[in-house]
Design a binder for this molecule. Structure first.
Ligand SMILES: CC(=O)SCCNC(=O)CCNC(=O)[C@H](O)C(C)(C)COP(=O)(O)OP(=O)(O)OC[C@H]1O[C@@H](n2cnc3c(N)ncnc32)[C@H](O)[C@@H]1OP(=O)(O)O
Length: 216
């Protein structure tokens, strides 16, 4: 018998590069039908991978009639402000904010993912990992056993967060950064791509390079 179960409609909020990657993950996951995107005024009408930018964030109340769920697909490097503002708006309007996980990622059954979080292709999330709401776990990122990552964090492509690390809220971990096991990274920190972190970081830190020496 044909599968008549209707897929839930999902709105993609954001229409740039990160949105392109998010669409691919949503399509591969196969759980939602993408209604379209929300973008900047100058992006309205353009198509991204065949999906139309239907309006701006001003149109979210209207679009909510046609899509129950929404995914924030605005990227995040130096500031989380746009993602946080959109999250507040979506929750106030009553959108559901699902967890989106690529079928090409490995997520342990013993891991917990917060609402609105996306896990992209090739990521590995090992046992006992806990991730907060609205995080981006980008392609091929590795979160090892017992890691905790707060809300609104972006763990970028191929970054490695080793066992038992604790990352606060609103952090950016750049592409291919490596965090030694057991470290604590304070909230609102930015770690540049390719960095090697061997010591804790206090809240609001900006870190570039390698802190190899005990005297750093
Ligand atoms: C799928 C995706 O695309 S996800 C996105 C993936 N992208 C990334 O991971 C890259 C993210 N960006 C970074 O890591 C940036 O370096 C940031 C955000 C930490 C800092 O950016 P900015 O504030 O613009 O700093 P800027 O690029 O001007 O560099 C400042 C200085 O630090 C140096 N620097 C910056 N990044 C690095 C790095 N990763 N390693 C070594 N040195 C660096 C620069 O050479 C520059 O040095 P100078 O002042 O002597 O010239």
């Amino acid at each position: 018998m044909a599968d008549t179960k209707r897929k839930q409609k999902l709105l993609i909020v954001g229409a740039g590069g990160h949105a392109v990657s998010c669409i691919d993950v949503v399509e591969q996951q196969g759980v939602y039908d993408i209604l379209g995107l929300v973008g900047l005024p100058e992006e309205v009408g353009k198509k991204v991978l065949g999906y139309e930018v239907l309006g701006t964030d001003q149109d979210l109340p209207y679009l909510n009639q046609y899509a129950e769920a929404a995914l924030i697909a605005v990227g995040q490097i130096k500031t989380i402000a746009p993602r946080r503002e959109i999250a507040i708006q979506l929750l106030e309007l009553g959108f559901t904010v699902p967890v989106v996980v690529s079928p090409h990622a490995y997520v342990s059954e013993h891991a917990q993912l917060g609402a609105g979080t996306i896990v992209m292709h090739g990521a590995i999330i090992n046992a006992n990992v806990r991730i907060g709401n609205f995080a981006i776990i980008n392609s091929k990122a590795l979160l090892e056993h017992d890691v905790q990552v707060g809300e609104f964090c972006h763990v970028s492509t191929m970054a490695s967060i080793n066992g038992s690390c604790r990352v606060g809220d609103n952090c950016f971990i750049g592409s291919q950064a490596c965090i030694q096991d057991g470290l604590i990274i304070g909230s609102n920190s930015v770690i540049a791509s390719n960095s090697l972190l061997r010591k804790n970081l206090s809240e609001g830190s900006s870190f570039v390079g390698h802190n190899n020496s005990k005297n750093d």
